[in-house]
Design a protein around this ligand. Structure first.
Ligand code: LLP
Length: 380
């Protein structure tokens, strides 16, 4: 059961997000400690949650920033990250976003296509500067995760495919305003089977050989993010197994002298510390089930509707006998459902419901559909 006092939570207007800063700190300490063992650099993927108190914790724990939009680069810098620790990925960076990042002199652009390299070169030339780039390579590794969050297969829009690399290298020789400093990979998200990362290491090693054969030195190897969390057992597994994750890369990545390894973790750092709290508005009996209708919906947390994802649901204020409910939101969409056939203590209007493991890709993906107000965030 959620380790927060329901009496305290009751005082706030619902729905709202509550973040457990203690758990966040413990998680970041663990990640940083395990990464440090191998001198690995971790960049926090802001897309998972860009709230200022979260960013402050990231900074205090020494993480860099992984951004996928100009506004994320801006948020990172405004929240005190050094531009020297900012990486910028994304298949569709606009000229305005590139110009902003060039002005900030960020550490590295993770470039996803030849065309992007040409545009970046042109914009850097106009500013009489040189942009540092890592090539985002699509390694064609299956992440064994939901198809919407799989990014490292050839059918996905992300990265440069292996068969294009030869021509990319030729192009780079002509571009005088971009400097190749490394290679980048990100194969997907919510990856729970660590052998996927082992397969990624094997591919990275093959690409390293390819570059070496052409006498191209790469100082930086960025293997992206993707480490999954336990949505089913947030109590038993509040902190992901960072020790196993980083030691796997240490074991299987073949590095050349002086190479630096970078990671871009999002979900694993913030998912478990966030909970969406909602009140029950109505109980309605259906033909085969009861509906518990909440005041939170897919506008606050879209993951179940978009990825059919599981989030543990708890009633914080009832201890009665368990009954089966479809737990749904108020939005005019049948996909606005947090869970089907969920066993909950008998639930009534006014009960507080916790939807767990919502710290990553929850609040940031909220929408104003149905002209809904934005849910507040509180920190404990
Ligand atoms: N690096 C890049 C280039 C990415 O695109 C992503 C996530 C990450 C790092 C961080 O991945 P993580 O460590 O969080 O798995 N909205 C979806 C997840 C989308 C992930 C997009 N890219 C969800 O709610 O499951």
């Amino acid at each position: 059961m959620l380790n927060l006092n329901p009496e305290q939570l009751k005082q706030h207007a619902t729905p709202f997000y509550v973040y457990d800063l203690n758990l966040l700190r413990q998680t970041l300490q663990s990640a940083q400690q395990e990464a440090e063992k191998y001198n690995f650099h971790v960049h926090y993927a802001l897309k998972a949650n860009a709230n200022a108190p979260v960013l402050e914790q990231m900074r205090q724990h020494g993480f860099g920033a992984d951004c996928v939009s100009g506004n994320e680069v801006k948020a990172a810098i405004e929240n005190g990250f050094s531009p020297k620790e900012v990486v910028f990925a994304g298949v569709g960076k606009s000229d305005e976003e590139i110009n902003y990042a060039l002005d900030q002199d960020i550490f590295c652009f993770n470039c996803e296509s030849k065309h992007e390299l040409e545009v970046l070169n042109e914009l850097a030339e106009q500013k009489n500067t040189v942009a540092r780039v890592a090539l985002r390579i699509n390694p064609n590794v299956n992440a064994n995760t939901h198809k919407y969050i799989t990014t490292g297969l050839e059918e996905n829009k992300f990265g440069i495919n292996a068969w294009e690399l030869e021509s990319v290298i030729e192009l780079l020789q002509q571009l005088k305003h971009v400097e190749l400093i490394g290679i980048h990979f990100h194969i997907g998200s919510q990856i729970t089977d660590l052998t996927v990362f082992k397969n990624l290491c094997t591919r990275v090693n093959e690409f390293q050989e390819w570059f070496l054969a052409r006498n191209i030195e790469l100082e930086h190897i960025n293997v992206g993010g993707g480490l999954g969390v336990d949505y089913y057992h947030p109590e038993e597994n509040p902190i992901p197994d960072f020790a196993a994750y980083f030691s796997l890369f240490n074991q299987f990545l073949e590095l050349r002298p002086g190479q630096q390894v970078h990671f871009e973790l999002g979900r694993a750092l913030v998912a478990q510390c966030g909970t969406l709290i909602s009140r029950v508005l109505y109980i309605k009996s259906g033909v085969t089930t009861n509906f518990a209708i909440l005041d939170a919906g897919m506008t606050e947390l879209i993951r179940p509707a978009l990825y059919q994802s599981y989030h543990k649901i708890e009633n914080l204020t009832s201890e009665k006998q368990e009954v089966r409910y479809d737990v749904v939101g108020p939005i005019c969409e049948s996909s606005d459902c947090f869970g089907k056939a969920v066993m909950l203590p008998e639930t009534n209007r006014g009960d507080l419901i916790a939807i767990r493991t919502a710290g990553a890709y929850g609040e940031v993906m909220a929408s104003a559909y149905n002209l809904r107000d934005k849910a507040q965030a509180i920190y404990v």
